[in-house]
Ligand binder design. Sequence first.
Ligand code: PMP
Length: 432
Amino acid sequence: MAKKSSSEKLYKQAQKVLAGGVSRNTVYHEPFPDYANVASGCYITDIEGTARIDFANNMAALIHGHSFPPVIDAVIEQLKKGTAYTLASEIEVAYAKHLIKRVESFERIRFVNSGTEAVMAMIKASRAFTGRSKIAKAEGTYHGTYDFAEVSQTANPTNWGDINHPASVLLAHGTPKSVSRDVIIFPYNDVERTLSILDRHADEIACVIIDPVPHRVGLMRGTNEFIEAVYAWTRKNDALLVFDEVITFRVNYGGTQEDYKVKPDLTSLGKIIGGGFPVGAVAGRADVMKVFDPHEKNLLLPHSGTFSANPITMTAGYKAMQYFDKKAVTKLNALTQKAISQIREAIQLAGVPVSVTGAGSMFRMHFKATPPTTYREAYLSKEAGALVKELLDYMYYEEKILMINTFSCMLSTVMTQKEIDRLTEGLFRAFK
Ligand code: PMP
């Protein structure tokens, strides 16, 4: 077993070869990241030998936890037959059939390699279909790293502007200014202001992107009223309503969209549908998805990707989703509800002003006595951010529990009451 501070030593080497020492900022942690050695079920062990319960599940991507045996067995079989071909594969057809059967709004699907790529394909498809360049997204939402999807992702009190017309804040330095002109920002769950903002760009908007339970906004559900109002607006103005379900697909058997009367025209997927491997997909109405169709004389959106629908991801994803059947979804969501009610008890007992938001198998805690309903309400001030970091560090180092850095948990089907009790008891001590 590695000696103490192996991670620190490794990070010193990493800084000489990886920009900033990491390949994704998510895993960076002050003063150095820990390095994983092995993970199995709902436990992850670092190279110092410390095992922790994993409530992060690779940012909500592992619905069955780590090394789920049915996925491992299926992938081993596929590995022997090849990992990627310049030919189509049977497994991608089988998996496409499975996903289309699961969700009413899916008529055609295309697989890609990440959630970012799925959102990008969804935006480009919307533009190709409507011939319009502007998109509308909610303030503060995270939709991956495509230039247009990044706008306003980290809006903060110094730059978010008047709530009646939130600013289109660019993220990466040097992003063309024209990007901000093509992204209209609206306040999530605020029907009146959103419709008034959209109306100002009525003939120009290709699609309105909605994450039905946006994590960075505060992990609160889009209300029926809001989703239905935006849907009606898109019908009236020849725009598309598109859902980013990269993270929220886990909420129901057929994604969070199952909960709404109205259905999106397109949906982006990622995370759990890869069974632990890199994945993304865009699915939706057959007439809109035609923009990808190479049979068309006038092909509107040429689209390819070297590793898209590679047979390893397809095998793992298909197996994982077969095991995430209706019964498994119901059981996991019930366990999550149990966790939330135990946490609410711990909050009360500790006498702290904390509230919980979430849906399905995801929840987030806030330092507010009543749950926030908007991005601006949920926004973490510097002081609140420091407190969250302190609590997360306590949970990680003392209670041996890994959570997501927004003070959120994403459960997996291999969790039991035992892990929930450890989480709630740990949180109680943390709150105290
Ligand atoms: N959309 C949403 C809602 C997400 O949560 C994420 C990832 N956190 C993405 C898009 C981007 O996915 P990926 O990291 O696979 O590119």
